[in-house]
Write a protein that binds this ligand. Structure first.
Ligand SMILES: C[S@@+](CC[C@H](N)C(=O)[O-])C[C@H]1O[C@@H](n2cnc3c(N)ncnc32)[C@H](O)[C@@H]1O
Length: 204
């Protein structure tokens, strides 16, 4: 029997469970194999000097996967929190951090809609290709942006990378405003296909 999902929270939780499966068992190998090959994204590498100039110390990598960006942050001397709902992914981050003898990577498991951290706990946040998953709705994405804003300190930097149609991006940018995230730039990285957005914002 096909169940009718009426409640949006329930629907989102169901989607998250799907995601858990994807990155849990069946998708485990794929994620690990693909992730190990992928270097940190250029836009994130280029943001390092910017974070340093802004005095960033603590960064949260929301939906870190197996941690290519969390590890980059740690190598650069930041205190990096690798946050993901996938235990498998976080175990891979821990393994990689051990191999590199990086002690400044902390893993944290949870949902991007309810990050287990205090208000203003981080100086900067990265959300790289997390919110654009096709099973999330615009409402889901908006809630996640508000939650990211909550854990950022005033003056903190947010870097969000997602692939979405322009119309939906525009709607999301309104949410940035509502969440007191002042958007400082929206760019399309030259090396990537259309509708792949790099959004930089500052918490008021
Ligand atoms: C496409 S991968 C990107 C991984 C990483 N940001 C990178 O660039 O290598 C998406 C990641 O987001 C995580 N994710 C998806 N939904 C999430 C949620 N609601 N809360 C926390 N993590 C989530 C997935 O488990 C997965 O590791």
């Amino acid at each position: 029997m096909v169940e009718k999902v009426t409640n949006s929270t329930e629907k989102r939780l169901r989607n998250i469970l799907k995601d858990r499966e994807l990155y849990g068992d069946y998708g485990k190998k794929l994620l690990l194999m693909e992730g190990e090959k992928k270097p940190p994204f250029e836009t994130v590498v280029n943001a390092i000097p910017f974070f340093k100039e802004h005095g960033v110390k603590k960064i949260i990598d929301i939906g870190c996967g197996i941690g290519r960006h969390s590890l980059l942050f740690a190598r650069e001397g930041f205190d990096a929190t690798a946050f993901d709902l996938s235990k498998v992914a976080l175990e891979a981050v821990e393994k990689r951090a051990r191999e590199e003898k990086l002690e400044n990577v902390h893993t944290l498991q949870g949902d991007a809609w309810k990050i287990p951290a205090q208000d203003g706990a981080f100086d900067a946040a990265l959300s790289f290709r997390v919110l654009d998953a096709p099973f999330y709705t615009t409402e889901d994405r908006k809630e996640a942006i508000k939650e990211m804003a909550r854990v950022l300190k005033p003056g903190g930097d947010a870097l969000v990378v997602l692939a979405l149609p322009k119309k939906e991006l525009d709607e999301l940018l309104e949410t940035f405003k509502d969440a007191k995230l002042q958007v400082t730039s929206v760019a399309l990285p030259a090396e990537i296909f259309v509708d792949f957005w790099v959004i930089k914002a500052k918490k008021e």
